[in-house]
Design a protein. Structure first.
Length: 410
């Protein structure tokens, strides 16, 4: 009996992805456990393995490289010897919960605020191209009123424009996101197409500014104790970086200010149970933020080992969606690039991000005397919807204090 090959969910927030390529040819024998195709999620491309064996059948109407695909959409089939393939029917999008019906999970339970984002997502919008979505925002058009003429009913930019010209398109409800003006270059130049990571990063940064009330606090600390502590650890199997030490101390302190390990929702402040730190990593393909889980429960050596592996995988393009998911607080460091302090942008769905500046050799005052010393700047951006300035400032002050004498806390 034919086995359907469907698009898996690579991350809890993923409703769609981009089909990259088949790793097996049409008509080729596939064994369970072999890598079958490549799917690009929100921030990474991942090879997907086959859980069954059979002869690969790729329908003529199956998604092509670069096509957007929905979770659970059928891509092809695995057949037995001599078996005829079934009729190919793309997976129909699920119907979102209405305002009168609470969103529920597959088990039938009422969804949590986190799950509700996935359950009640606008599935019709999910099959519109990025250009169509942008054009709809510019024209104030509700995509639900547009009929797509692309593959599998995908809405294209031309569909939006024809809907407006034909009087079929309906306006976006007043409560929806306001229409943003389109930026038009005024001088000669060239257009650089967006990579998947660059587009996702831009979308997330814009969403962060629109959905949070960001406030950034800056502070400077005496870094001599931090530098001395790290020097004392050199020569070990994995020498922790300054970022590793700061990450560990920050994770331990997040238990004392749980609102920084949280996010804002329409139903209230959502406090995360685990402390999972996302570490911003600059790569040739763009900014990635792999996650170390339950950092407060790890030893410093473990943090150093995990962060080193994740940074290496990020720059080699080997990260999976799982390694990029589940962050509850983010740390971003620009110190190695000569930056003293900056304004980091909150990584949704989170309420706080810590920016780390460089260690600077400069005069400091000790016991009323000016002496040579080292300083470091920290920048904490937090969502003012979730917590006020005073508790955020106290947390940053406590972290700075521990960083001046880390040996007492690690």
């Amino acid at each position: 009996m034919a086995t359907e090959i469907v698009v898996p969910r690579l991350g809890w927030s993923m409703d769609e992805g981009t089909f990259v390529e088949w790793l097996k040819a049409d008509g080729e024998m596939v064994s369970a456990g072999e890598m079958l195709f490549v799917l690009e999620g929100e921030k990474a491309a991942q090879e997907v393995e086959s859980f069954d064996s059979g002869i690969l059948c790729i329908p003529a109407a199956a998604p092509q490289a670069g096509d957007t695909v929905l979770v659970s959409q059928v891509l092809g089939f695995l057949l037995e010897e001599g078996e005829e393939p079934p009729e190919y029917k793309p997976a129909a999008p699920s119907v979102p919960a209405t305002a009168d019906e609470p969103a529920v999970t597959q088990s039938g339970e009422v969804a949590s605020p986190v799950e509700r984002v996935r359950v009640t997502g606008d599935t019709r919008r999910n099959i519109a191209s990025p250009r169509a979505r942008r054009r709809a925002r510019e024209l104030g058009v509700d995509l639900k009123s547009i009929t797509g003429t692309g593959k599998n009913g995908r809405i294209r930019e031309v569909d939006v424009e024809k809907g407006v010209a034909g009087g079929v398109a309906q306006s976006v409800p007043a409560s929806s996101t306001p229409v943003l003006p389109r930026v038009v270059p005024t001088q000669p130049g060239k257009l650089r197409p967006l990579s998947g990571i660059r587009r996702i990063t831009a979308q997330r940064m814009l969403a962060s500014v629109q959905l949070t009330v960001p406030v950034t606090l800056h502070t400077k600390l005496n870094a001599q104790g931090l530098a001395a502590y790290r020097d004392s650890l050199k020569g070990s199997a994995t020498t922790p970086s300054y970022n590793d030490i700061i990450m560990k101390l920050a994770a331990d302190l997040l238990r004392e200010c749980p609102e920084l390990n949280a996010c804002w929702t329409e139903d209230g402040i959502y406090l995360y149970d685990q402390i999972n730190i996302a570490l911003a990593v600059n790569t040739d393909g763009g900014l990635l933020a792999p996650v170390i889980h339950q950092v407060d429960k790890l030893l410093l050596d473990d943090v150093a080992e995990y962060s080193s592996e994740l940074i290496e995988d990020a720059r080699a393009g080997r990260l999976s969606e799982d390694q990029l998911s589940g962050g509850t607080f983010t740390i971003s460091s620009l110190g190695t690039l000569g930056v003293d302090h900056f304004t980091p942008v909150i990584n949704l769905p989170q309420a706080g991000i810590l920016g780390i500046g460089r260690i600077v050799q400069e005069p400091v005052v000790e016991n009323g005397q000016v002496v040579a010393g080292s300083t470091m700047s920290l920048s904490l951006t937090f969502d003012h919807q979730v917590l006020d300035g005073a508790p955020a400032a106290r947390w940053l002050q406590q972290l700075s204090d521990r960083l001046t004498r880390p040996s007492e806390y690690l």
